[in-house]
Design a protein around this ligand. Structure first.
Ligand SMILES: [Ca+2]
Length: 306
């Protein structure tokens, strides 16, 4: 008796469940006069993607010299080694400014992951779509996708790294100015990572006569596998304006966050700059919130170990 009762209840439940199913849409239904309004779901940040665990040696999912990506729309990152280097330029370097000195030794105490490329429009637009970035920069009609994002302020860049950190479940930030120069030099002491001079086959700058950005990675990488550290777009770094290196931190992970922070530093030069502005040691300041569409200011990201 009891099993019969249970069977009847199960049958009733199955029928109720079937009734609860929505009717399948009828393809090309002639009675449906107007298409149903499209209901766009509210943007919801996707959960952090699980990435491979950090290796013991580098603190990252891969060894020094290799690259990884924490999520599908996260920038590709290259792990660069810990070390020490001389920051700034020697007094006899052609095109040098006093702000590039005094030269001093800086320590990079841990391996660091650095964007293999400048952040692209595709990567930035993922942040805009997800609601993490409030500014959708103009591409000047040059296209988006793998073009380096530009027309972003330092403040915009902070929104991007905040969003990226949440997306990846890892800490992303701008490089410090010292980390940027360490990464650009890639162990070299010459004005450019390619040597004493630079040519239009090695970077996008004034002599290239292209008068616009090029897709990231269009030029050879430096010795550590990083592209476009020279030219294409200027790259915002974390540091506030500092006139020279007198008294500056000697630990590379430490950014200057005192003094005039209405201006921040940019490095590497852009498509419209002369070769001397592309030197590894060259520094320029710019207002952190200037919204002008100059088509020259972009960024590269760093990721800390763990
Ligand atoms: Ca660049």
């Amino acid at each position: 008796m009891r099993w019969i009762l249970l069977a009847v209840m199960a049958l009733l439940c199955a029928q109720l469940a079937a009734l609860a199913q929505p009717a399948s849409p009828i393809p090309n239904d002639p009675f449906q006069s107007a298409p149903a309004p499209v209901v766009r779901p509210l943007p919801v940040a996707p959960p952090p993607q699980p990435s491979r665990p950090a290796t013991a040696s580098s603190g990252f999912p891969v060894a020094v010299g290799q690259s990884f990506r924490d999520c599908a729309d996260c920038p590709e990152m290259v792990v660069i080694p810990a070390g020490r280097f001389v920051m700034g330029s020697p007094a006899d370097e052609p095109g040098r400014f006093p702000s590039e000195g005094p030269q001093r030794e800086v320590v990079v105490s841990r391996a660091l992951a650095v964007g293999k490329f400048e952040v692209t429009f595709a990567e930035w637009d993922a942040c805009v779509s997800a609601g993490g970035c409030s500014h959708r920069p103009s591409d000047q009609g040059w296209g988006r996708g793998r073009q380096p994002v530009m027309n972003v302020t330092w403040n915009d860049a902070q929104q991007y790294v905040r969003w990226l950190s949440g997306r990846a479940g890892r800490r992303y930030r701008l490089l410090t100015e010292a980390e940027w120069e360490y990464a650009a030099r890639a162990g070299t002491t010459t004005p450019y990572s390619f040597g004493a001079t630079i040519s239009p086959s090695q970077a996008n700058f004034y002599n290239s006569r292209l008068n616009r950005t090029q897709g990231v990675g269009s030029y050879p990488a430096n010795g550590w596998g990083l592209h476009d550290m020279h030219g294409n777009v200027w790259e915002w770094v974390q540091d506030c304006l500092r006139d020279d290196y007198a008294g500056a931190p000697t630990e590379a992970s430490q950014a200057v966050e005192t003094g005039d922070c209405s201006a921040r530093m940019v490095r590497g030069g852009a498509w419209q700059n002369q070769s001397q502005d592309l030197r590894s040691a060259f520094r320029r300041r710019f207002s952190s919130g200037d919204r002008g569409n100059y088509a020259i200011f972009g960024l590269r990201v760093a990721r800390t170990p763990g």
